[in-house]
Design a protein around this ligand. Structure first.
Ligand code: BGC
Length: 785
């Protein structure tokens, strides 16, 4: 059976081990460039004795794996990780005494293309050698922590040889010829020019294997290939054992779906081959899992060329999201599956970098997706250091004029000719403002605000400069300065009678307002009154301009679509006197789409919170729970096990939408889980006491979801909340961690309130009722109508 690889190398966490490097970055002279057979570096060295606290500090240009005396060091995957390598290169530190012995020792460092030089981005403009064309390694063995004695370092004396890995790439997959696994050096190495100042201790949890997924069913297809269904779409790789003749080839292809005829279909992978090939050496049972790649898949199709037989196979998910911190369950099985699908989409897209998808020739750190998903990410998994690390790369890729890259790490920054102007979209670039604030709210991290504030200001000033004023008019042309994705994938309804969608100008102007407000708040927290004042003033100017430009005297918003109303209402952009009318227009947009969603990537996270804000919980529940396209639950009914990129990825017969852009594993629409935690279970952080020092409990009782139960392991402890419904009487149970305070906030319509056995007088005057909650368990009962 397959288990996560055991190891006895302790990885030393990042912060404690900054070192002054003396080693050199050396490349194997056997390396023939991108897409060629992988190489290793080797050094034989002697130790008089083993002290017990020897540490290996190591990194590479490309991906590496280290072995001492034949044993793999640690079980971290895809090391050194993915950052903007020209400015920031992570290194790992391992305690390696258990591997060492007095006398002769041998260290091998395996190297492969990885994100550094294998294909990045898609189609004819794909980029190779993105950050450089020479893979290399740097390593230093010290006798102990800190400035201890250096026992070994990489230099020109290291030898090199070829690995059994004939080819590997992040999108490509890996070809491994086991007949070549007797590693022999055949050449030397060369020092490559390298600026040691870019080296930094890896800043977050390593990518590691998660629990294996076993085969749920398998069958032979018309070409005698075996298709395995692991029952769960994920990001990772297969691990298999095989018996057979020397030279037999095992080819593994991957897919997320079966098409309407039940056929294995991975046309949506586009130019990502995503194939694993293993050539047997024909000695008994052989086991294999790839080293330097991963795939996004639920199904694996195995072809055996020659004589051999798979004796066991499993799907091994991998992720940086190693620590689950939240669950949400309800009485609605489709909703519970939706939450599970979001958890799996986070795992598959939190592999070193928050990506859009794990399967096709993209898998990029799309900023817009990350900004809408960040709050949900923090509820579901420990995400602090992961997102903080990535924000540093967002800043590294920020352009001189303040534009934020569409994807980070950004392959186009060093190759602008391939994808000109691949930066500067509102709704996407705003990640530099909204994500630091999310980390502040969830983890009380003011340092990340301090660190990112200058980049926030540069971004807000960039957006203002697009049209040199409060109304932002993004050009339509891709690559033009200020181009915006608007509300990406906003449903338009039937083409012959399309539904209104938000204009890029309104979406961009709303986000200029959102980021000006967040930047002002961040500046206030870190005590920068000048910036706080400037951004506040800017926000007021944008708010007034938005009303002038996009709100008719009748209260109708000019684009009259769901995203406009949802964002404008959620961010208080509608003058009070026009709000009643705007609420009616908002509801009309939902009626116009037959009660279905009419929002895309940036509108969707705002839709349900905005409906609650205008006092429409039933309407919010019906939009959330309707099971037709577009909608969250349609994909669940269609058997999805992760979140789809598009609402209409499969039609009712299971026919896939155009594979040119159809990922079945995009977490963006999973951002609705934030609403499930904050509005339905009802707990959220309080920016005035961030990091869940104080918790606000404000449940919205939606009978169709009863009973509801949720918890979140915050940095202050476990927060839990849940409710049951008996007729019109809700029983709300909450748990407040020690040392934490809470406030219960009950909607104006909730009455007959009893808290911990004591009646509570409702606030009345349409005001919510508030009651303080000390640490501990609390039970409140109240009538919901
Ligand atoms: C990506 C999305 C991204 C979008 C923006 C798509 O190709 O997959 O995640 O947000 O482009 O255009």
């Amino acid at each position: 059976m397959f288990h996560a690889m055991p190891t006895h190398a302790t990885r030393v966490s990042a912060a404690v081990e900054p070192i002054r490097w003396t080693a050199q970055m050396v490349r194997p002279l056997t390396d023939a460039g991108v897409g060629s057979q992988a190489s290793f570096l080797r050094k034989t060295f002697n130790l008089a004795s083993v002290g017990g606290s020897e540490r290996l500090h190591i990194s590479a240009l490309g991906l590496y794996r280290a072995f001492i005396n034949g044993e793999r060091v640690g079980n971290d995957l895809l090391t050194p990780g993915w950052t903007c390598y020209d400015q920031r290169l992570s290194y790992q530190t391992y305690e390696v005494a258990p591997y060492l012995k007095a006398g002769e020792n041998v260290i091998d460092i395996w190297l492969a293309d990885g994100w550094y030089r294998s294909q990045m981005m898609w189609a004819k403009n794909a980029i190779y050698n993105t950050w450089g064309d020479k893979i290399a390694a740097i390593a230093e063995l010290r006798s102990g922590p800190g400035a201890a004695e250096t026992l070994l370092r990489t230099d020109i004396s290291w030898q090199s040889g070829l690995l059994p890995i004939l080819k590997s790439g992040i999108y490509f997959g890996e070809i491994y010829d086991a007949r070549l696994d007797d590693l022999q050096t055949r050449s030397g190495s060369e020092v490559v020019p390298f600026d040691h100042s870019v080296l930094l201790p890896h800043e977050t949890t390593p990518v590691r294997e998660l629990e294996p997924l076993s085969v749920q069913s398998s069958w032979k297809d018309s070409q005698e290939r075996t298709v395995y269904d692991f029952g769960q779409n994920s990001g990772g790789y297969v691990a298999f054992s095989v018996r057979g003749e020397e030279g037999t080839r095992v080819v593994v292809e991957h897919a997320e779906i079966l098409d309407q005829d039940g056929k294995f279909d991975n046309t949506n992978y586009r130019t990502a081959a995503a194939t694993i090939e293993y050539v047997l050496k024909g000695e008994g049972e052989e086991s294999f899992r790839p080293h330097f790649t991963f795939q996004g898949f639920r199904y694996a199709r195995v072809t055996i060329a020659g004589h051999g037989e798979i004796t066991s196979i499993a799907s091994i998910p991998i992720s940086s999201a190693q620590i689950p911190t939240g669950t949400f369950t309800s009485g609605h099985p489709l909703v519970n599956r939706l939450v599970q699908n979001t958890i799996w989409s986070q795992r598959a897209n939190f592999i070193e970098v928050p990506t859009d998808c794990p399967q096709r020739d993209e898998r990029l750190g799309w900023t817009g997706d990350a900004q809408v998903f960040a709050p949900t990410a923090c509820y579901l998994h420990e995400s602090h250091s992961f997102l903080a690390k990535w924000l540093r790369d967002v800043m590294a890729d920020q352009r001189e004029d303040g534009a934020i890259a569409h994807v980070v790490p950004d392959p186009t920054r060093l190759h602008p000719q391939n994808f000109p102007g691949f930066f500067g979209s509102t709704g996407w670039g705003d990640a530099i403002c909204t994500i630091p604030w999310t980390l502040y709210e969830h983890y009380g991290d003011a340092a990340v605000l301090q660190e990112t504030l200058p980049a926030m200001v540069k971004w807000v000033d960039f957006v203002w400069s697009i049209s040199d004023g409060p109304i932002v008019m993004p050009p339509r042309q891709w690559g033009a300065r200020g181009f915006s994705f608007g509300d990406w994938l906003q449903p338009k309804g039937p083409s012959e009678k399309p539904l209104p969608t938000i204009g890029d100008d309104a979406a961009a102007t709303i986000y200029l307002y959102i980021s000006s407000v967040v930047t002002a708040k961040a500046a206030r927290v870190v005590g920068n009154v000048e910036i706080a004042a400037r951004m506040n003033e800017r926000a007021e100017i944008v708010k007034a301009a938005f009303a002038r430009e996009f709100i008719a005297p009748s209260g109708r918003l000019v684009y009259d679509d769901q995203t406009s109303y949802a964002l404008a209402i959620l961010h208080d952009l509608i003058p009070a006197e026009l709000l009643p009318a705007a609420k009616a227009y908002f509801k009309a947009t939902i009626a116009r789409s037959e009660g279905r969603i009419g929002t895309g990537f940036i509108g969707t996270p705002a839709l349900l919170p905005a409906l609650l804000k205008i006092g429409e919980p039933e309407l919010a529940a019906s939009v959330f729970l309707q099971e037709e396209v577009p909608g969250w639950l349609y994909q669940i009914k269609m058997g999805a096990t992760t979140i789809w990129e598009r609402w209409d990825a499969l039609d009712k017969k299971g026919k896939p939408f155009d594979p040119a852009m159809n990922s079945y594993n995009h977490y963006a629409y999973g951002a609705v889980c934030q609403w499930l935690f904050e509005a339905v279970a009802g707990f959220r952080p309080d920016a005035n006491a961030p990091g869940f020092e104080h918790v606000i409990f404000e449940p919205t009782i939606l009978p169709a979801l009863a009973p509801v139960s949720a918890h979140h392991d915050a940095i202050t402890g476990r927060i839990a909340a849940g409710w049951t419904l008996d007729g019109d009487v809700a029983t709300y149970t909450v748990s407040v961690p020690d040392g934490v305070s809470g406030t219960l906030v009950l909607a104006p319509g909730y009455g007959d309130i009893v808290l911990d056995g004591t009646p509570v007088t409702a606030a009345g005057n349409g005001e919510p009722t508030r009651a303080p909650l000390a640490a501990g368990q609390h039970i409140a009962t109240f009538r919901i109508r």
